[in-house]
Design a protein around this ligand. Sequence first.
Ligand code: ADP
Ligand code: MG
Length: 361
Amino acid sequence: MKRCFFVFFMCLFLTGCGNAVREYSAVDTAMGTVVTQRIYTEHEDVTEDITVLLLDLEREELSRRKVGSVIGRINAAAGSGEIVVLPHKLQQELIFLQEFSQKSEGAFDSSLGGLCKLWDIDTWATKTDSPGGSAQDSMPNSSKDSTQDSIQEGPAVSGFVLPTPTEIQAALEHCGYEKISLTKEGISIPEGMVLDLGAAGKGIACDRIHAFLQEQDVEAAVISIGGSVLVYGDKPDNTVWQVAVTDPFHQETYIGTLYLKGTHFVATSGDYERYVEMDGVRYHHILDPFTGYPADSGVVSVTIVSDSGMLSDALSTACFVMGADEGMKLAEEYDAEALFVLKDGSLLMSEGMEQIYREYR
Ligand code: ADP
Ligand code: MG
């Protein structure tokens, strides 16, 4: 991990009781993406602690690429009958995700690791351009994944080989969240299955950071981990948080802004975030667990706002797979706000989203 910029002390506000609330900012890389932080606190700067929290979370728990992580160990034990004991928080999170898979009727599935490997998603390029606009507190999707060793520049990856239908069917045989055995003792998965928490990991990270900010008595913060954003507390100057929503057709700019007061979790899933193009066809990283191919539901991006990072992240992925009509119903069930951008450029949003979203002109 490299600290891209030094953490720097920015400015000073005075609170009513006379304690100074300082603003600290940092830009780092963690969880395979760019992490930006702005923290308002009367206490010590915690930006470095948050970066360490993220790196530990990835290395020790979530990454399927790290052999020593919990997910890595579960995958290594696939088919052996070994029950891997889970840390308490992760156990709760996986229980939630299993229920969520059921509710989404399988559109969200944490067991697609084998399929992701077959498509070789890890080697695909990501969008690195950043939209401008200093008025925004956060630019979701603006700081794309940039640190994985294998990432190449541009959307066309040399040597990309389209998996055959037979290979896809064979990979699908080893997928299926309902085949995961998750009890209070621990977890085990069948032979050939590979867990992949890529669709919820950044949201889980936002939840863990949220708990940390509360523990540390931080006044307010805005944290962006790739396409997942946490806005926390009230800004000391009493203005609302502004979170930009990337234009899926022109990622150097944004289609609009979310105006948020208090604590919220925002996540966006889009077909432009990680993809490869061949013969004029775009193959992106959100897979339809029923077909084994990149989801093709008529949606190009989904933005979710809710009171849980994991829920926002998982919902954005599930809604992308399910499409606008079914996705909207699922978001409603979870009391989350949703904004769909469809292939023809039209927008579809929940009632609550209409209250907080303003189009950029
Ligand atoms: P991003 O990681 O770019 O924010 P998502 O949250 O939508 O995007 O997650 C996509 C990642 O999740 C993929 O790279 C893959 O690892 C995994 N994945 C792909 N399709 C699914 C799916 N239907 N359900 C669960 N995980 C998925
Ligand atoms: Mg997601």
